[in-house]
Design a protein around this ligand. Structure first.
Ligand code: NAP
Length: 256
């Protein structure tokens, strides 16, 4: 037997990727990591300055990036960002849905429910719908949705968030089956507690206490650790991973 090292399909170099929520946290880390691996990245977020700085960081390092303002609740903006990506790169191979919000709210808070489902669940649905014709045209179309460990358990005062993330897992599985003959894979990651804008308001002591008690690795994760899992799922070589919902939680849900 001869051992050969093949990089076939084990790189995203030259692939065109659209990442929502790329102005902060997991989306930002994913944009930077994919660009460092040679992907051409459209970084989209509701905060234009934030994605402009991500794109500037990528281009300063010799990569290719585009900054796009995007509210995932607005259909026309979603379609426009897909078109901007295709105009710039001639293709769209990878979609990573990182835009999300977490509003602590009582079950009866109708406004918080509407907003949370609109951004976290329908936002992912909108971007996938808009990107699908382009992803189908790719020889390795990839979608990664960001769910949460709250897709498997529930946090008090976070019912809307919990339902939205259960929905993201449902969306992932439904599309994994529905798009099975298209060559597009649809998977999700389920992060545990990660140091991002979303968790920034939790005090350092509370974070440390929570991690010591609940997380096998006894610490919060870093955004790049989630981005690494996303990178694996979007590789062309990951062609048989379909409908997977991968926990990236430092073993939080594994602790008895
Ligand atoms: P983050 O740092 O707050 O990043 C989320 C980004 O999405 C922010 O830039 C946010 O902008 C943007 N965004 C919000 N609403 C948007 C909209 N309508 N259109 C476009 N962009 C929008 O939080 P993160 O932790 O990286 O969150 C990324 C994903 O991971 C989310 O889906 C979140 O639920 C999930 N997640 C996070 C954790 C965690 O512990 N951090 C755990 C499990 C799952 P604003 O800052 O202006 O809102």
């Amino acid at each position: 037997m001869t051992l050969t090292r093949s990089s076939d399909g084990r790189s995203v170099a030259g692939r065109a990727a659209l990442i929502t929520g790329a102005g902060s946290g997991i989306g930002r880390a994913t944009a930077l990591l994919l660009a460092a691996e040679g992907a051409r990245v459209a970084a989209a977020d509701c905060k234009l300055e934030a994605v402009e700085s991500v794109a500037a960081e990528i281009t300063a390092a010799g990569g290719e990036a585009l900054a796009c303002q995007l509210d995932v609740c607005d259909d026309s903006q979603v379609c426009s960002v897909v078109e901007q990506t295709v105009e710039a790169y001639g293709a769209l191979d990878i979609l990573v849905n990182c835009a999300g919000i977490a509003l602590p709210a009582a079950f009866g808070d109708e406004e918080a429910w509407e907003r949370t489902l609109d951004v976290n669940l329908k936002g992912s649905m909108r971007t996938i719908r808009a990107a699908l014709p382009r992803l189908r045209a790719s020889d390795a179309g990839r979608v990664v949705n960001i769910a949460s460990t709250d897709a498997q358990v529930a946090t008090p005062m976070m019912s809307a968030y919990t339902v939205s993330k259960h929905g993201v897992v449902g969306l992932t599985r439904a599309l994994a089956v529905e798009l099975a003959d298209s060559g597009v894979t649809v998977n999700a990651v389920m992060p545990g507690p990660i140091n991002t804008g979303m968790t920034a308001a939790i005090g350092e002591d509370d974070r440390r206490r929570f991690a010591r008690r609940r997380v096998a690795l006894r610490r919060y994760g870093e955004p790049v650790e989630v981005a690494q899992a996303i990178l694996n799922l979007v590789l062309p070589a990951s062609s048989y991973t379909q409908g997977a919902c991968l926990r990236v939680d430092g073993g939080m849900l594994t602790v008895a």
